[in-house]
Design a protein around this ligand. Structure first.
Ligand SMILES: [Zn+2]
Length: 140
């Protein structure tokens, strides 16, 4: 049996590029940047479009559903804010954005590439939230 975390996750470090992502997460939304010129979605947030080099950008809401592209099961080093093992996951969201996150509410041995996942949130120490994912249809 694994004990739950004894402290909350550290708060994200906000920058000029990522603050809209973290502010949306605090509101329970998952967002990505969209190029204001060519329309390509991108994540993580950054100042320039990798496709057309435009500095124009907007923020769009994402559905929060996708599939596991790949994953890794982390046992060490341990931090008291996390329950181990931590499942680090790359999720291909339905909109075409790939996102690095954690997979929760599942035993590590049950994770598989291609499994359907949906958005959830993990609280942070500053009363914020970090987007994480859980198996689709696994409940609230
Ligand atoms: Zn562009």
């Amino acid at each position: 049996m694994t004990a739950g975390p004894s402290v909350q996750r550290p708060a994200p470090i906000l920058t000029e590029d990522n603050h809209t992502f973290w502010e949306a997460a605090r509101e329970g939304r998952l967002v990505a940047q969209r190029c204001g010129d060519c329309g390509q979605l991108r994540h993580p947030p950054r100042p320039m479009c990798p496709a057309c080099h435009s500095l124009q950008r907007e923020v769009v809401d994402l559905s929060g559903t996708g599939v596991v592209y790949s994953y890794s099961i982390l046992h060490h080093p341990q931090h008291p804010a996390f329950s181990y093992p931590v499942i680090a996951v790359l999720v291909d969201l339905d909109e075409g954005v790939r996102m690095l996150s954690n997979l929760v509410d599942i035993n590590a041995g049950d994770v598989h590439i291609g499994m359907a996942v949906e958005l959830a949130f993990a609280a942070t120490g500053d009363d914020g939230a970090v987007p994480v994912f859980k198996p689709r249809g696994s409940g609230p």
